[in-house]
Design a protein around this ligand. Sequence first.
Ligand SMILES: [Zn+2]
Ligand SMILES: [Zn+2]
Length: 177
Amino acid sequence: MVFAHDTVVALQAAVALANSALEPDTLTTVDELTGFLDTWEYTGRRDGTAAELAEVRALRPALRELLLAERDPAAQLVNTMLADERAVPQLVRHGRHDWHIHAIAPDAALARRIVVETAMAMVDVIRTGETSRLGVCADDTCAGVVLDLSRNRSRRYCSAACGNRNAVAAYRARQRS
Ligand SMILES: [Zn+2]
Ligand SMILES: [Zn+2]
């Protein structure tokens, strides 16, 4: 594994959140937000309100920008995010999760916690020189963010749907030639 478990989960969640903004938008209701939080096992405060949903939705362009940024600008974005939120890294242990880092209080607003968690995960990505593991989906018609955690850096598509669509297209192209 390239990164610590909490970093991996935070990156995967951030990618899923950024990609939820692609058409058709899959984060349009409080129920969909709850589903997202359950999928990624978010702990801490949840308001379950339209305001919270709006804050999380509004976050997505900034998350996408950070995830796709080159290394040096990404470092600047991370520093700004952590300073703005006055992040204080603390080792915590809760539930079945062994010692890992939280850098913002669990009762802070959800959108703020997502910003800090993503920024902390990007700290690992940047200092290990692994920003190339984040990129845009190789499907011509898709702008999805791809997180490639494979050992041989072979992941090119944001989703199984994009991968399958391109496998079928490549197969058809071979049949024609
Ligand atoms: Zn935790
Ligand atoms: Zn895609």
